[in-house]
Design a protein around this ligand. Structure first.
Ligand SMILES: Nc1nc2c(c(=O)[nH]1)N[C@H]1C(S)=C(S)[C@@H](COP(=O)(O)O)O[C@H]1N2
Ligand SMILES: [Mo]
Length: 299
């Protein structure tokens, strides 16, 4: 399976570890591509150790199935992910409805990316997926489109959490169009080389590694191009706590807790928390999207 270019996906710390590893081997960066360094060679940072399949699939946030971390894996077992289709609509010349089979036929690759939850924990997940731009390029986007909205399925029969007004269902998330077109914005189709488990967002979800985990909506049925900034589920629930951008930023505290550090899921509870990095460590790739913006105001 083709690996995504490391310089584009690897959190900063690991990236630098790899660079020094390469240097210590006496190779120049010009002669040896970063992606040819096996994962096993750069263990200096705990960020580099993928979280276990067990933890990734049993410690979840998916309020449609309950607010407990163990609820999704217990309650999503029989969730129906077929038949399924994804509509791309809104500010496009012609809207498109793609059967899930066509989406899954797009070539996925392994992308080892870190998830940083706004609650202060993180995981490293070997996703399978492809860039969202590949899907968006299937439609002709009108110049009036400035944002992209993602909508999770509404199915209270099977999603017991949707029977309660915990959030304003269906779950809506959104990105600015240029964020959505960034190659790191991933349509996730699987993890650990397997189809995506229901609790992780089957049959498809998005993943934006430099933003807090809640931006990465699960079980998507609609992708809507819009003129105006989407009214996202979490911003709607608590605008003071959750902004539209929600870039990982250790310098901007959540009103109720610091965002400076994070707990690594899978480590002993006695293990020290690690430092949270700006843009979750993907700043080299994405910081340019926000040049000139006050990220304290645009949280
Ligand atoms: N539809 C939907 N998507 C969602 C959520 C949710 O409650 N509903 N939770 C979000 C949050 S808060 C996080 S941290 C991630 C967790 O993804 P994971 O369970 O695959 O680790 O999913 C995000 N996507
Ligand atoms: Mo989260």
């Amino acid at each position: 399976m083709k690996k995504f270019k490391y310089s584009e996906i690897t959190p900063e710390k690991i990236y630098h570890t790899r660079r020094s590893f390469i240097k210590s081997m006496g190779y120049g960066l010009g002669t040896l591509s970063l992606s040819s360094i096996p994962l096993i060679n750069a263990k200096a940072s705990n960020l580099n150790e993928p979280t276990s399949y067990q933890d990734i699939t049993t410690y979840n946030n998916y309020y449609e199935f309950g607010t407990g971390k163990g609820d999704p894996h217990r309650r999503a077992k029989n969730f129906s992910t077929r038949p399924w289709s994804v509509k791309i609509e809104g500010e496009v010349e012609k809207s498109l409805e793609l059967p899930i089979e066509e989406v899954l036929a797009i070539k996925s690759e392994e992308r080892i990316l870190k998830l940083r939850c706004v609650e202060g924990w993180s995981m490293v997940i070997p996703w399978l997926g492809f860039s969202l731009s590949e899907l968006l390029n299937k439609v002709e986007i009108k110049p009036s489109a400035k944002f992209v909205e993602f909508e999770t399925v509404y199915n209270p029969e099977e999603m017991v959490g949707q029977r309660y007004p915990v959030l304003n269902w269906p779950y809506i998330e959104g990105l600015r169009l240029d964020e959505a077109m960034h190659p790191l914005t991933t349509v996730v189709t699987g993890l650990y080389g397997k189809p995506l488990p229901n609790q992780n967002g089957a049959p498809l979800r998005i993943f934006i590694p430099w933003k807090y985990g809640f931006k990465s909506a699960k079980a998507i049925v609609k992708i809507r191009l819009t003129k105006n900034m989407p009214n996202t589920a979490w911003k709607n629930a608590s605008p003071r706590e959750y902004g539209f951008y929600s870039n990982v930023n250790p310098e901007v505290d959540h009103p109720r807790w610091s965002q400076a550090t994070e707990r690594v899921i899978g480590e002993s509870i006695l293990a020290p928390r690690i430092e949270t990095l700006m843009f979750n460590g993907y700043g080299d790739e994405v910081a340019h999207l926000y040049s000139g913006m006050d990220l304290k105001k645009n949280y």
